[in-house]
Design a protein around this ligand. Structure first.
Ligand code: F6P
Length: 350
C-alpha cells in the first residue's frame, strides 16, 4: 500500500509526531509512505518527498512540520488546480491520502471525496481547539503552556511597575486558548469571542483590583474578541484588506489606560504559541491520532476522520457537518469569571 501524507493550514506542535506515527503504522503493515509538500500546494505542483521510518523516527518532539504547510485551496482555481491535483495523485499511484488539517484543509478533502471519491482519511489539527470533532486537539495544550509561561514572566514586570498588561492570544473565532491559559495564570479578566466585550464591567473590575496584596493586573484577550458597545467600535482597529487578525489587545489597552489612568501595556503572543516542541500531552495525543488514522487506511475505511470524544479516539464520516466550529464551552468561562468579581468577605475585626 502506498500512502500520501499532507499537512495544511497553520502549523501546530504535534504535526511531526502524527507523521511519525502514520509512517510507523503503515510500515509495520508492509506499506510505504510519501510526503506531499506544503499542503494541497504539493499535490497541485507534484512536490513530494519519501517518508521512511528511519527518517521520521526521531520526530516526536520536533515542532512545525517537516512536510511544510500552506493555505493553498485548489478549489480557488478549480479549472486548473483540481485537474493538476488529480493528475499528480494518479501519477504518484497513491492508494490513500492522509490529510492533517483544520476546517479549511479538511474542507478541501470533503470536496475531493464528494467530487472524485479520492481515498482520504482525515486527522483534525487546530491549536485554537475550534473543531467539534475533538474535545481537545493536539497543539492546544502546547499553546496554552506557552501562554502560561509568557504570562508568568509578564506578571513580574507588571508587578514591578504597577501596570496592567493586556496579553493577546490566538483564537480566531474561539476563546479556548485565552480562557484556559487565563484560568491557569489566574488572570484578572478574560475576553473571548463567544462573550461580547463589556468594557464598563472590565474597567470596573480593574479599578477595584488594587489591594494591599496586589498592585497589577493581567487581562487576557483572544484575537477574535469583539465589542458590542457602538461607542467603542470606533476604537476597534481598522479592518485589514485581508482577514489577518490582531490589534484588539492594543485597543483594549488604550481604553483601560484612558479610562482608569493605570499605566497599561500590550503583548501580542502571536506565532510563539504555534512554535516549538509539543508538550508530552500533545505528543501522546498526536501519536495516537496517527496510529488511528493509519489503522483506518489499512482497513480501507476512506472518507473518515479521526475524532476524540470523552477521552476516546474513534472516527466519523468526513463531511461538511463534521467540520463544524466548536465555540468555547461557557462553563469554563463562567468558572474563570468567578475570579473577576470582588469578594464580599466579612471584614475582620481589629
Ligand atoms: O487558525 C489557527 C491560527 O493560529 C489562528 O488563531 C490565527 O489567527 C491564525 O492561525 C494565524 O495564521 P497565519 O499563520 O496564517 O498568520
Amino acid at each position: 500500500m502506498k500512502v500520501g501524507l499532507l499537512t495544511g493550514g497553520g502549523d501546530c506542535p504535534g504535526l511531526n509526531a502524527v507523521i511519525r506515527s502514520v509512517v510507523r503504522r503503515i510500515a509495520n503493515a508492509g506499506g510505504e509512505c510519501v510526503g506531499v509538500l506544503e499542503g494541497w500546494r504539493g499535490l497541485v505542483r507534484g512536490n513530494t518527498r519519501p517518508l521512511s521510518v528511519a527518517e521520521t523516527d526521531a520526530l516526536i518532539g520536533l515542532g512545525g512540520t517537516i512536510l511544510g504547510s500552506s493555505r493553498t485551496n485548489p478549489y480557488k482555481n478549480p479549472e486548473t488546480d483540481v485537474p493538476l491535483l488529480r493528475r499528480h495523485f494518479a501519477a504518484l499511484e497513491l492508494d490513500a491520502l492522509v490529510v492533517i488539517g483544520g476546517d479549511d484543509t479538511l474542507g478541501v478533502a470533503v470536496r475531493l471525496i464528494n467530487d472524485f471519491e479520492l481515498p482520504i482519511v482525515g486527522i483534525p489539527k487546530t491549536i485554537d481547539n475550534d473543531l467539534r470533532l475533538v474535545d481537545f486537539s493536539f497543539g492546544f495544550d502546547t499553546a496554552v503552556n506557552v501562554v502560561v509561561e509568557s504570562v508568568e514572566r509578564l506578571r513580574t514586570t507588571a508587578e514591578s511597575h504597577r501596570r496592567v498588561i493586556v496579553v493577546e492570544t490566538m483564537g480566531r473565532s474561539t476563546g479556548w486558548i485565552a480562557c484556559f491559559a487565563g484560568m491557569a495564570v489566574g488572570a484578572d479578566y478574560i475576553l473571548v469571542p463567544e462573550v461580547p466585550i463589556d468594557a464598563p464591567h472590565l474597567l470596573g473590575v480593574l479599578k477595584h483590583h488594587r489591594t494591599p496584596f496586589k498592585n497589577h493586573a493581567i487581562v487576557m484577550v483572544a484575537e477574535g474578541a469583539r465589542y458590542t458597545d457602538p461607542e467603542l467600535l470606533a476604537l476597534e482597529p481598522r479592518p485589514f484588506s485581508h482577514p489577518r487578525l490582531g490589534g484588539i489587545g492594543a485597543s483594549i489597552a488604550e481604553i483601560i489606560e484612558r479610562q482608569t489612568r493605570i499605566e497599561t501595556r500590550t503583548v501580542v503572543l502571536g506565532h510563539l504559541q504555534r512554535g516549538g516542541a509539543p508538550t508530552a500531552h500533545d505528543r501522546i495525543l498526536a501519536t495516537r491520532f496517527g496510529l488511528a488514522a493509519g489503522e483506518l487506511v489499512l482497513q480501507r475505511r476512506f472518507g473518515t476522520v479521526v475524532t476524540l470524544k470523552d477521552a476516546r479516539i474513534s472516527e466519523t464520516s468526513l463531511n461538511t457537518s463534521a467540520l463544524a466550529n466548536c465555540p468555547l464551552d461557557l462553563g469554563f468561562y463562567q468558572d474563570a469569571a468567578t475570579f473577576f468579581y470582588e469578594p464580599h468577605e466579612p471584614k475582620t475585626k481589629e
